[in-house]
Design a protein around this ligand. Sequence first.
Ligand code: S3P
Length: 163
Amino acid sequence: MKVYLIGFMGAGKSTVSRLLSSKTGEPYSDLDSRIEEKAGKKISTIFQEDGEASFREIEVSTLKAAEATIISTGGGILYFDETGQWMRQNGIVIYLHAPFKELYARIKGDQTRPVAAKPYKELEALFNKRNTAYKEVAHHVVSVSNRTPESTVKEIISIIQNS
Ligand code: S3P
């Protein structure tokens, strides 16, 4: 059974997936890193040179091809309506949630994240829209607000054991 970690930028999806992998011994795949490896360029360069639509196509095909058990997705993984349903049918979907202000403090000014360059109000609106979509898709919502990755991973392991 696969575990998909979803959530907004800055939620700690990559860190949590790495730690979850080391605690459970199950392999993990970080989609953003896989995309950069496959494309041979950074995500910011893909956005600049090929455009967001092209990035989203690569993103969804990388998701569908991922063989690892634990899969860390990018914040825009629900760009296409059908992707959420696809993940739900293929594994457990866990939404790592924190309030927007906390996430914003972590991602503001991050040059590696093209979407984070949007003005505050626009990003907040994007968070609100995605927050609704993440909740609809997720089997479980796990709070990552003011919390260590270790504590988050403990909760996720207990979710997996009870699934
Ligand atoms: C994006 C989030 C990024 C990355 C890309 C687009 C988004 O991943 O996939 O820059 O649209 O929110 P993280 O959520 O890991 O930052």
